[in-house]
Write a protein that binds this ligand. Structure first.
Ligand code: ADP
Ligand code: MG
Length: 731
C-alpha cells in the first residue's frame, strides 16, 4: 500500500536512535555558556559600562548613549568570540509565538571598507516594520510602525540553528504611541505594579525590604510522536491536534506509562534539547513520563517571572527544532488526542523579597508567620475577586478542549489550600470581635518545622483536581494550557495581587488610625479578607458533578468557552484595575480582547476546514473504495447463484459503511453552510460565539463520531491516516 501512513510505519523499523547526542560530564560545565551573563559582561566591559548595565538590570536605571555604545561593542566582542555574525531583537508579539528579524553586524563604510559594527542605537531600539503582527487596531496600517526596545532584565543569548549563530536581544514591542503590542510589556508593567504594592505591605514586617519580585516555575507537558506519522496527518500539521481518530484498544487505563521508564528514542531527544537549554541558561531539572501514552513533562528550577517566561517560550522553540533532528514531532497543543489526558503547563508562582524571603512560605517566628498569613490571604482574596479574569487569562481554543475534560481542572476557578490551613483560617475567622496579640498561638502553630510536613502531607494526592492550589511554599496555577505564553496568566495574577495588596494596606492603615496596634490591625484585616473570600476555597473533587452544582450555588463563575470567558477582560472592574495599575489602558485591553477573539475564530475555522478536507479527500475515498470491494463481492456471490445467507455479513457491513458515508458527507456539507452563516456576522464577539456554538459544538463531535466508526470498519490497508495506536504506542 503506497501511502504516507504505510511509508512512515515501514520506516519505523530502521530508525537511528539519537547516537549523535554528545554526552556531557556535568551540566554546570555548559550552563549558560551562550548567555551574556554578568560574568561574561564583566570580561568585555569597562568598569563604567559594567556599572551602567548592572544599574539598569537591578534598578531599572536608564543607560545613556555613550554607555549604550560601549555595552553594544562589548556584547558584539563577546558574541563574535563565539562565532556570531548576526543579531536580532527577539520579542513576543500577540501571535503567541516568538519573533526575530536578523540583521548582520556587517556594514560598508562610506569609503567602501567592509567592517563589523554594532552600536548602542542598534542594541536599544529597532523598528522592525513588523506591520503584519496582530495589533487589534492599535496601529492603523498607514501608521504601521512598531518599535522593539531592549529589556535589560532578561540577558541576551546566542541561538544556534544548524551552523548559524545569532545574538538574540530580548525586547519589548510597542507602537509608535507607546501602546504594547506584545506580551512582555504588560508583564513588566505588572511586575512593577506588584513591587510597588507589595513592598509597603512587606515593610509592615521588615523595614529592610526594598523590592518584591514574583517567581515562576513552570511545568511543561507535551506529547512526542514519530514525525513521519505526524506528517501523514493533515490535522496535526495544520492544527496541532487530531480532529479524528478512534481511541486505541489500550489507552491510559493501565496507567503503565506514568513515571515509567523513558523510551530510548525519546530519551535521546530529551538529552539533546536539555543540553541546548542548559547552554541558554534554562535551568531544567526534572523530566518524566506523564499519564497519557507518549506524554512527557519537564520542569526547571524557578526563576524571576520575566526570565522564566522568556525561558519557557525559548524552550518551546528549541523542543520543536530538536525533535526534528530525531525524526520526532513535539505536540504542544492542549488536547492533541481525544480520550486521553491533555497537556497543561502548571505555573508555580510565589513572591520573593530582595532580603531573600519567600513571602508564601510559613516562617519560624510569629512575626514571619503573620507575614506569611498576610500574603497568603491576599492571594485568596485576589483570586476570589477576579476569578473571571484569571479564567480569561488562560482561555484559548486549544485549552477549551482540555478544561473540564477527563483529567483537567474545570473552568471554575477555586483554590485548594489543604486541611491544615483551612483549619487555621477557620480559627482566625471564628474569633471575630476578639483581639489578637502578637504572640497568638495561631501564629505559633504555623512554625515552619511543624507546618511544612503537614502541608506536604496535605498536598500529596488530593489536590490534583483544583485549578489553583497552595503547595507548601507557592501557589500552583494548573489551568494554564501547555501551549500558552505564561506571560498572560502571570500578568493577570501579578495585577490582581497588586490591587488586592493595595487595598489591604489601606485597610490596615485605617484600623491603625482607629487606634489599633499594628499587629492587631493586620489580624483584623486578614480576618476581613477571609470572610470576604472563603467561598472560593474548595477542598473536594473538582471533577465531580457535585462541585459544579455547589459552585453554581456559591455563585462562582463557570464559563466553559473562550469567547465568553474573554468578556472578563472588558468589565468596568477589570478595566479600572488594569488602568489604575498602569498595565493596560482601555485601548490596549480592547485591542487584546479583539485579537484573542480573532485568534479563536481562526483556530475553529481552520479546524473546521481541515475536517472537511480530510473527509472529502482522505476518509470518504478510503470508505468508498472499501464499499466497492464489498459491492463487488456481494455481486459476485449473487452471480454464482448463492442466496442472501451467503453474504448477509457483507451486507451488514455495507449498510453500516453506507450509513456513515452518508452522515459524514451530509455533515460536512452542513458545516460549510454554517461557516458561511458565521462569516457574515459583523461583530467579532458574536462571530466567535457563533463559531463556537454553531460550528464547533454542532458538528465537530458529530462528524467525528461517524469518521471514527468508519476507521474501525474500513480495511486497514485502505486507511491512509495514522491511527491512535500507531501514534501513541510505537516508539
Ligand atoms: P511538584 O513537582 O510536586 O509539583 P516541585 O517542588 O518539584 O513540586 O516544584 C514544581 C515546580 O515548582 C518547579 O518548577 C519548581 O521550580 C517550582 N517552584 C518551587 N519553589 C518555587 C517558588 N518559590 N516560586 C515559584 N516556583 C517554585
Ligand atoms: Mg506540580
Amino acid at each position: 500500500m503506497n501511502s504516507l501512513r504505510y511509508n512512515a510505519l515501514g520506516n519505523l523499523g530502521n530508525l537511528q536512535i539519537g547516537k549523535e547526542v554528545q554526552g556531557i560530564a556535568r551540566i554546570s560545565a555548559i550552563f549558560a555558556e551562550n548567555v551574556f551573563t554578568a560574568q561574561s559582561a564583566r570580561t568585555v566591559l569597562s568598569d563604567e559600562a559594567y556599572k551602567s548595565l548592572m544599574g539598569s538590570i537591578e534598578g531599572g536605571k536608564r543607560i545613556d548613549r555613550a554607555m549604550g555604545d560601549q555595552i553594544a561593542a562589548g556584547l558584539r566582542a563577546w558574541a563574535e568570540s563565539k562565532g556570531v555574525t548576526h543579531y536580532t531583537h527577539w520579542f513576543q508579539p500577540l501571535t503567541g509565538t516568538t519573533a526575530e528579524k536578523h540583521d548582520s553586524f556587517f556594514t560598508i563604510k562610506s569609503d567602501g571598507t567592509a567592517i563589523e559594527q554594532f552600536d548602542g542605537d542598534a542594541l536599544i531600539q529597532q523598528e522592525p516594520d513588523a506591520s503584519s503582527f496582530p495589533s487589534g487596531g492599535l496601529r492603523a496600517t498607514f501608521e504601521a510602525r512598531g518599535y522593539t526596545a531592549w529589556d535589560p532584565s532578561s540577558p541576551a543569548f546566542i541561538l544556534e540553528v544548524g551552523h548559524g549563530r545569532t545574538l538574540c536581544i530580548p525586547t519589548i514591542f510597542v507602537s509608535y504611541t507607546g501602546e504594547s503590542l506584545d506580551t512582555k510589556t504588560p508583564l513588566l508593567r505588572s511586575l512593577e505594579a506588584l513591587n510597588k504594592a507589595a513592598v509597603p505591605v512587606a515593610q509592615l514586617f521588615d523595614r529592610n525590604v526594598d523590592k518584591v519580585s514574583a517567581t515562576l516555575g513552570w511545568e511543561q507537558e507535551y506529547f512526542i510522536i514519530d514525525a513521519g506519522l505526524a506528517m501523514a496527518r493533515p490535522d496535526l500539521v495544520m492544527t496541532g491536534r487530531t480532529v479524528f481518530g478512534h481511541s486505541s484498544a489500550k489507552g491510559q487505563q493501565l496507567e503503565d506509562h506514568y513515571f515509567g521508564s523513558i523510551p530510548e528514542r525519546v530519551y535521546a531527544f530529551m538529552r539533546d534539547f536539555e543540553n541546548e537549554s542548559y547552554k541558554l541558561g534554562i535551568p531544567l531539572r526534572t523530566r518524566h513520563n506523564e499519564v497519557a501514552p507518549a506524554q512527557f513533562e519537564c520542569a526547571p528550577i524557578y526563576e524571576e517571572v520575566n526570565l522564566a517566561v522568556d525561558h519557557n517560550t525559548l524552550l518551546m522553540d528549541i523542543m520543536a527544532r530538536v525533535a526534528k533532528r530525531h525524526g520526532l514531532a513535539v505536540l504542544l497543543h492542549e488536547k492533541p488526542f481525544a480520550g486521553v489526558n491533555g497537556s497543561g503547563k502548571h505555573n508555580n508562582w510565589s513572591l520573593q523579597t530582595d532580603t531573600g524571603v519567600n513571602l508564601l512560605a510559613p516562617g519560624r517566628t510569629p512575626k514571619t508567620n503573620l507575614m506569611f498569613l498576610t500574603f497568603f490571604v491576599n492571594v485568596i482574596k485576589a483570586v476570589h475577586d477576579y476569578a473571571g479574569l484569571l479564567r480569561a487569562s488562560i482561555a484559548s481554543a486549544g485549552n477549551d478542549h482540555r478544561l473540564g475534560a477527563n483529567e483537567a481542572p474545570p473552568a471554575i476557578i477555586s483554590i485548594f489550600i489543604g486541611r491544615f490551613l483551612t483549619e487555621v483560617l477557620q480559627e482566625i475567622k471564628e474569633r471575630v470581635g476578639d483581639h489578637f496579640t502578637e504572640q497568638d498561638e495561631i501564629l505559633l502553630k504555623l512554625d515552619i518545622h511543624k507546618t511544612i510536613p503537614e502541608l506536604l502531607l496535605d498536598n500529596t494526592d488530593r489536590n490534583r483536581t483544583s485549578p489553583f492550589a497552595f503547595t507548601g511554599n507557592k501557589f500552583e496555577f494548573r489551568a494554564v494550557g501547555s501551549h500558552a505564553n505564561c506571560a498572560t496568566p502571570m500578568t493577570v495574577l501579578n495585577a490582581i495581587m497588586a490591587k488586592t495588596l493595595e487595598e489591604f494596606k489601606a485597610a490596615v492603615d485605617s484600623y491603625m488610625e482607629k487606634g489599633e496596634k499594628k499587629e492587631v490591625a493586620i489580624m483584623e484585616a486578614i480576618k476581613d479578607y477571609i470572610v470576604a473570600s472563603e467561598k472560593v476555597l474548595f477542598e473536594g473533587d473538582g471533577y465531580s458533578q457535585e462541585w459544579h452544582d455547589e459552585a453554581a450555588r456559591r455563585g462562582l463563575p463557570n464559563v466553559p468557552n473562550t469567547p465568553m470567558a474573554l468578556d472578563s477582560y472588558l468589565t468596568e472592574k477589570s478595566k479600572k484595575m488594569f488602568s489604575d495599575l498602569g498595565i493596560y489602558n482601555h485601548a490596549e485591553l480592547e485591542a487584546r480582547h479583539e485579537i484573542m477573539l480573532e485568534a479563536y475564530i481562526k483556530k475553529v475555522q481552520i479546524e473546521s476546514r481541515i475536517m472537511g478536507e480530510m473527509c472529502t479527500s482522505h476518509i470518504l475515498p478510503s470508505a468508498i473504495r472499501y464499499q466497492n470491494l464489498l459491492v463487488d463481492n456481494i455481486r459476485g456471490l449473487r452471480e454464482m447463484g448463492l442466496l442472501g445467507d451467503a453474504f448477509s455479513n457483507q451486507m451488514q457491513i455495507l449498510q453500516k459503511i453506507s450509513l456513515h458515508i452518508a452522515e459524514v458527507s451530509a455533515g460536512v456539507e452542513r458545516m460549510i453552510q454554517a461557516r458561511i452563516t458565521c462569516n457574515a456576522i459583523e461583530g467579532t464577539r458574536d462571530k466567535a460565539i457563533a463559531y463556537c456554538e454553531q460550528v464547533k459544538e454542532v458538528f465537530f463531535d458529530k462528524i467525528r463520531y461517524h469518521v471514527d466508526k468508519l476507521e474501525l470498519l474500513v480495511d486497514d490497508q485502505l486507511w491512509v491516516l495514522p491511527k491512535y495506536r500507531e501514534m501513541l504506542f510505537i516508539r
